[in-house]
Design a protein around this ligand. Structure first.
Ligand code: NAD
Length: 469
């Protein structure tokens, strides 16, 4: 088996040979990825079930179809994305060809997290391949079955000179990061992101960080409570709350809370039945370690569990849980929950909710439920987050025409659709000149004179009068 540096060297040689540059090569690789997903659907579903007890329904929507849709979107559009983008010109550059050329970065590294173990690797990979890069992917060792399957499938379908899977945990990833990459695309926690940045700084490698944090959900004013509760419950307990864009906590007024709780109970009953543990539509916590962290967090909370709270370590099960009377300094408010526990904090005004949100790190997603457009607009205009969705949760990230990514502590950079292609491309500023108008160009040569300077400033200004031409 090749060492990590042999893998990176092999990919670098392939990149330098120019093999990934032609549009046909990129298209063929993307098409093979479509086949990989199609041919191995059952194996993928099985692996996802082994790792997270992921229901087929959720796995198809959030992993297989997300990746397949991204692939079809890229295949249909990337030829257009590759085209030179001609830009506006000044009078001084009127006769030049001025355009932006998207060029691949080289050998890029994509490091994935375990909660959507297929999607979080392959979605960025689509952008990287479409942009003409060679790609190393590093799956999370935590989702072990999907990690092993990806390592088995990728070499069978994609060019082994251009794409490789490197496996391992923290130590192997640290060793891998000692190699020089042309871009590092990292999905995971804020803590590990700091080590990634340190490693990247050695080679001055640009980095995209897709991180987590606490996504707030404000419910305020006139609200269709039954529908809001169903959408909130779906978004929160999808994948057992192990989604970076899951609503992390709710902020609402006491009267809304009073109406919301029975509606949430009803939605949970309708979705998962009297005994959620026996319901096949509920995922499990990924490992006993992650289960213990969540149970400790719940144990430390001073809030009151009003829904759920049951758990079973052997089964890595935690019931969909709702906690009320939660203070801003509660344990549940200190870190990203990343599990099926929903704290609800009561606020007296929209302003108070917005202030609370703005005191924290900028979130990856921010949700507001309200029938009043003034409420939705106030929250939109007075807060900041990676993404924003009113009257629903998670759904905004399924649209490839919207960039997906964080801001500040929730991440740097974005992807999905064209945004992924852009992330893995260098926008080369090109000006192709000839030797025409040398006298005109001569205005800039010494000996410098005031009249030459005035002419030059006029021709270089963004909107000179074109009466001369
Ligand atoms: P993690 O940071 O523990 O691991 C992510 C990856 O980093 C894994 O591949 C892991 O092997 C590797 N890794 C772990 N320790 C390392 C180290 N010391 N040095 C180098 N690499 C190391 O994250 P996780 O637990 O897999 O994922 C959960 C976090 O990811 C949550 O915070 C969640 O919000 C976030 N997340 C963000 C997005 C997004 O798109 N923004 C998506 C999913 C998850």
């Amino acid at each position: 088996m090749d060492t990590q540096s042999q893998v990176v060297d092999r990919l670098r040689s392939a990149f330098q040979s120019g093999i990934t540059i032609p549009e046909q090569f990129r298209r063929a690789q993307l098409t093979k990825l479509v086949s990989m997903i199609k041919d191995n659907e059952e194996l993928i579903l099985h692996a996802l079930h082994k790792d997270l007890a992921k229901p087929k329904f959720e796995a198809v929507l959030s992993e297989l179809d997300m990746v397949t849709n991204e692939l079809h979107h890229a295949i249909a559009n990337f030829t257009g994305w590759m085209k030179p983008e001609y830009v506006s010109k000044s009078l001084a550059t009127k006769f030049d060809d001025c355009f932006i050329r998207r060029e691949p970065l080289g050998v890029v590294l994509i490091i994935g997290a375990w909660n959507y173990p297929l999607q979080l690797l392959l979605l960025p990979m689509v952008g990287a391949i479409a942009a003409g890069n060679c790609v190393v992917i590093k799956p999370s060792e935590v989702s072990a079955a999907t990690d092993a399957l990806i390592a088995e499938l990728i070499p069978k379908y994609l060019s082994q000179d251009c794409c490789a899977v490197v496996r391992g945990g923290a130590e192997e990833t640290k060793a891998l990061l000692q190699n020089r990459f042309d871009h590092i695309f990292y999905t995971g926690s804020q803590t590990v992101a700091r080590s990634i940045l340190q490693a990247a700084s050695v080679h001055l490698t640009p980095v995209t960080l897709e991180l987590g944090g606490k996504c707030p959900c404000i419910i305020y004013g006139r609200v269709n409570i039954a529908a809001a509760a169903r959408r909130l419950v779906w978004a929160k307990y999808f994948n057992a709350g192990q989604s970076c864009v899951a609503p992390d906590y709710v902020l609402c007024t006491p009267d809304i809370l009073e109406a919301l709780l029975p509606a949430v109970r009803k939605a949970l009953l309708d979705f998962y039945g009297e005994e959620p543990q026996t319901c096949p539509d509920l995922s499990r916590i990924v490992t006993p370690r992650h289960w213990s962290r969540l149970m400790e967090l719940l144990g430390k909370s001073s809030g009151k569990v009003v829904v759920g709270g049951e758990s079973n370590e052997e089964d890595r099960y935690i019931a969909p849980t709702v906690v009320v009377d939660v203070a801003e300094n509660d344990a549940l408010m200190e870190e990203e929950i990343f599990g099926p526990i929903l704290p609800i904090l009561t606020i007296d005004s929209l302003e108070q909710a917005v202030d609370l949100v703005n005191r924290k790190e900028k979130p990856l997603a921010l949700y507001v439920f309200s029938d009043e457009s003034s409420v939705v607009n106030t929250v939109l205009e007075t807060t900041n987050s990676g993404g924003f969705c009113s009257n629903d949760g998670i759904i905004h990230m399924t649209l490839p025409s919207l960039p997906f990514g964080g801001v500040g502590g929730s991440g740097w950079g974005s992807y999905h659709g064209r945004w992924g292609f852009e992330t893995f491309s260098h926008r080369r500023a090109c000006m192709l000149r000839g030797y025409a108008l040398e006298r005109f160009n001569g205005l800039r040569y010494p000996p410098y004179r005031e009249d030459k300077l005035s002419w030059l400033r006029w021709t270089a200004s963004p909107k000179p009068s074109c009466s001369l031409m």
